[in-house]
Write a protein that binds this ligand. Structure first.
Ligand code: ATP
Length: 301
C-alpha cells in the first residue's frame, strides 16, 4: 500500500506542476486560440520580408460579430523601419488593428499585406516569427527570470540574455536580487511590477529580433519617470523596425513618423504630432485635455 501511495503522491505533485505550466501556456496561447477558424490556406508560403517589412492596411472592414462593425475602411501604410502610432478613445478599435496584423482574425473585406504579401497567403508560423508583441500585460512563466527572457529565443546564450536585459533596462534590477538571473518569478515566485514585467517583455522581444513590432502600451497609469523610461526603451526597440504603437497616452507618440486618430473604427485624422496640433482637430483637443490633466496633477503634488 505504502509502495503504491508514494508514486501516486509523487504523480500528484507532477500533475500539479504540469497543470500549472499548462495554465501558463494556456494564458500565453489563449490569444492564439481565440479564433481557430484562422488557418493556413492550402498553398500558404512562408512570409519573406524582402523590403524591410512594409505594412499596408487597404480598405479594411472588420467585425467580431456580424451585427456590429468595428473597423470601417481602415487604410494606411507603415513604411519599412518607421513607427506609426494609433490613438483614439477607449473602444475605438485600436487593439483590434494589432490583432488583425497578428492575424488572430481575418478581415471582412480589404486586405493587410507585409511587403506585398497578403497575410491570408502566408503561413501563420512565419508571420508570428516576423512580429514581436510587447503586450499590455506580460505573462510570466513560473520559472527563472533568465528562462522568461530566453523564451524570446530558445537556446539563447547567457551573454545574449544579459545584453537584451541591459537594453531593456532590467539588468541592474535582476543583479540586485539575491538569486540574480536564477530568481524564480511568476505567480509562485517573485511578483514583478507592471513596469518590470513590461521590461522582461521588451528583453524577450529584443532577443527575438523581429522585423515588425507591435507595442500595446500599458493602460495603467505610470509615474512620469517610469513613463520616460518606457519611452526610451520603446525608441531602443523600435529602431530600424516597422512598429505599430497602440497608444493610450499621447506623450508616448509625439516622436512617431505617423499618428492615426481612430474614432468609432474610422481613421479621422493622420499626420505627425506637429501637423495634428496645427490641424486643431480631435488630436489637438485630446492633447490639450491631457496637458491640462498633467498640470492639475502637478498642482496637486
Ligand atoms: P482601449 O483603449 O480601451 O484598449 P481599443 O480602442 O483598443 O480600446 P478594441 O479593444 O479594439 O478597442 O475594441 C473595439 C471594440 O471591439 C470594443 O467595443 C470592444 O467591445 C469590441 N471587442 C473587442 N474584442 C472583442 C471580441 N473578442 N469579441 C467581440 N467584441 C470585441
Amino acid at each position: 500500500m505504502i509502495q503504491l501511495y508514494i508514486p501516486l503522491n509523487f504523480l500528484g505533485v507532477i500533475y500539479r506542476e504540469i497543470k500549472q505550466s499548462l495554465a501558463d501556456m494556456e494564458r500565453l496561447f489563449g490569444l492564439l486560440e481565440q479564433n481557430k477558424e484562422v488557418d493556413d490556406s492550402p498553398g500558404a508560403q512562408p512570409l519573406h520580408t524582402t523590403q524591410g517589412a512594409r505594412v499596408a492596411f487597404s480598405n479594411v472592414d472588420f467585425s467580431y460579430d456580424p451585427k456590429r462593425q468595428i473597423l470601417f475602411d481602415v487604410d494606411f501604410t507603415i513604411p519599412a523601419g518607421t513607427t506609426t502610432a494609433v490613438v483614439g478613445h477607449s473602444g475605438s478599435g485600436k487593439s483590434t488593428m494589432s490583432r488583425l496584423l497578428f492575424r488572430f482574425y481575418d478581415v471582412n473585406s480589404g486586405s493587410i499585406t507585409i511587403d506585398g504579401q497578403d497575410l491570408r497567403d502566408v503561413t501563420q508560423e512565419s508571420l508570428r516569427q516576423a512580429i514581436g508583441i510587447v503586450p499590455q500585460d506580460t505573462v510570466l512563466f513560473n520559472d527563472t527570470i533568465e528562462y522568461n527572457i530566453a523564451y524570446g529565443k530558445p537556446g539563447a546564450s547567457k551573454a545574449e540574455i544579459v545584453t537584451a536585459a541591459r537594453a531593456a533596462s532590467i539588468h541592474e534590477f535582476i543583479e540586485s536580487l539575491p538569486d540574480g538571473y536564477s530568481t524564480m518569478v511568476g505567480e509562485r515566485g517573485l511578483k514583478l511590477s507592471g513596469g518590470e514585467k513590461q521590461r522582461v517583455a521588451i528583453a524577450r522581444t529584443l532577443l527575438k529580433n523581429p522585423a515588425i513590432l507591435i507595442f500595446d502600451e500599458a493602460t495603467s497609469a505610470l509615474d512620469s519617470r517610469a513613463e520616460q523610461a518606457i519611452q526610451a526603451q520603446l525608441k531602443e526597440i523600435a529602431k530600424n523596425r516597422t512598429t505599430l504603437v497602440i497608444a493610450h497616452r499621447l506623450s508616448t507618440v509625439a516622436d512617431a513618423q505617423q499618428i492615426l486618430v481612430l474614432d468609432h473604427g474610422k481613421i479621422v485624422e493622420r499626420g505627425t504630432h506637429q501637423q495634428l496640433l496645427a490641424a486643431e482637430g480631435m488630436y489637438a483637443q485630446m492633447w490639450e485635455r491631457q496637458q491640462a490633466k498633467k498640470d492639475e496633477e502637478l498642482v496637486e503634488t
